[in-house]
Write a protein that binds this ligand. Structure first.
Ligand SMILES: Cc1cc2nc3c(=O)[nH]c(=O)nc-3n(C[C@H](O)[C@H](O)[C@H](O)COP(=O)(O)O)c2cc1C
Ligand SMILES: CCCCCCC(=O)C(=O)O
Length: 350
């Protein structure tokens, strides 16, 4: 059966994946309050459409750090794509390139960043997600690998000084990758031992960002920042963009829904603000744009598409969202993503 929504892709993925892999993707931290809140918060926001502003078509395109993309929907970084499909991140890269949008490759990819870039080809706008490592030489080597692969931005995840408590993974005893799968970006670096060689750094601070700023010319995007005061500080430290995110509810449980943090962050800074967490429909994209986001990211939906139908499934998910966004723009009276304004959204009590 052909799925007609992101949700239907989730159902297909659930049927196909082993339990531990499905749970790794679906799960979050502690009681998963924030996992649910991310989606529920979108449902609490309602659209207030404008009418009689007829346009023959809609322009979904936007620009990020000089690169044109065909819609404001990015692939957020997610680990271990080969858990979902043998072609892993290579399949994802091909789909992102065909869709004409940004792939943020996870540092915890099961395909090396150079091979992801090759699979996506010249059309792929590729960014690299980085967990700053305790050993500076390892961080430097990862940045070099990303630069050599042609990545156009570094996305530094700042919401993970320690790893969240993923109860489902503990129940499933999922602590390491199955045989044959490896954190390929770590291969050959000091201390390399697969998944366990990716360290979370409890002492992570603005000094780490300053040092990274001096190491690379690439734009730096901070991912996992939610507080407007931190957004202001980020700009002072030379950061080029922000990805408002609570890591899909996988880190601090009971953190506010990501969409609820967007407006204050966007009002505080003049750099591009992106968001991810709970985006499942084109209408969610419109709501995020209305609250000041430049674009949104999707995490789990990509893995559901990949598990359900490989490269084609990821492309299907992206094209479903594109179609929904196009319809949502038409139905709210917008001819382009730039016409989405804050007056189009209202919060209701559920
Ligand atoms: C299975 C899985 C793996 C993830 N791996 C990473 C990662 O390696 N690095 C990172 O910064 N975020 C990671 N994330 C968080 C996503 O980038 C993103 O913030 C989140 O999935 C967005 O929420 P959504 O899944 O509701 O779209 C992961 C999320 C999931 C579900
Ligand atoms: C120690 C392994 C780190 C992989 C982290 C992947 C990730 O961010 C996630 O949310 O899962």
């Amino acid at each position: 059966m052909m799925p007609f929504s992101v949700r239907e892709f989730e159902a297909l993925a659930r049927d196909r994946l082993p339990r531990y892999a499905y749970d790794f993707i679906a799960g979050g931290a502690d009681d998963e309050v924030t996992v649910r809140a991310n989606e529920q918060a979108f449902a609490r926001l309602r659209l207030l459409p404008r009418v009689l502003r007829g346009q023959p078509g809609r322009d979904l395109g936007t620009t990020l750090f000089g690169a044109g993309i065909t819609m404001p929907v990015l692939l957020s970084p997610t680990a271990f794509h080969r858990l979902a499909d043998p072609a892993g991140e290579q399949a994802t890269a091909r789909a992102a390139a065909k869709a004409g949008t940004v792939l943020i490759a996870s540092m915890a990819s099961t395909v090396p960043i150079g091979d992801i870039a090759t699979a996506g080809g010249a059309d792929l706008v590729l960014w690299f997600q980085l967990y700053i490592q305790p050993d500076q030489a390892v961080t430097d080597a990862l940045v070099k690998r990303a630069e050599d692969a042609g990545c156009r931005a570094l996305v530094v995840t700042v919401d993970s000084p320690v790893l969240g408590w993923r109860q489902r993974d503990h129940h499933n005893e999922f602590h390491d990758l199955p045989a044959g799968l490896y954190c390929e970006n770590m291969r050959g670096l000091a201390g390399d031992s697969g998944v366990r060689s990716i360290a979370m750094v409890p002492e992570l601070s603005w000094e780490h960002i300053d040092r990274l700023r001096q190491t690379t010319e690439l734009p730096i995007v901070l991912k996992g920042l939610m507080h407007p005061a931190d957004a202001v500080t980020a700009v002072e430290h030379g950061v080029s963009g922000l990805l408002v995110s609570n890591h899909g509810g996988r880190q601090l449980d009971t953190a506010v829904a990501a969409i609820d943090a967007v407006a204050d962050v966007a009002a505080a800074v003049d750099i591009p603000v992106l968001m991810d967490g709970g985006v499942r429909r084109g209408t969610d994209v419109v709501k995020a744009l209305a609250l000041g986001a430049h674009a949104v990211g999707i995490g789990r939906p990509v893995l559901w598409g990949l598990a359900a139908r490989g490269e084609e499934g990821v492309l299907d998910v992206l094209e479903l969202l594109r179609g929904e966004l196009d319809r949502a723009l038409a139905l709210t009276g917008c001819a382009s993503v730039r016409q989405v304004t804050s007056d189009l959204v209202r919060e209701v009590r559920c």
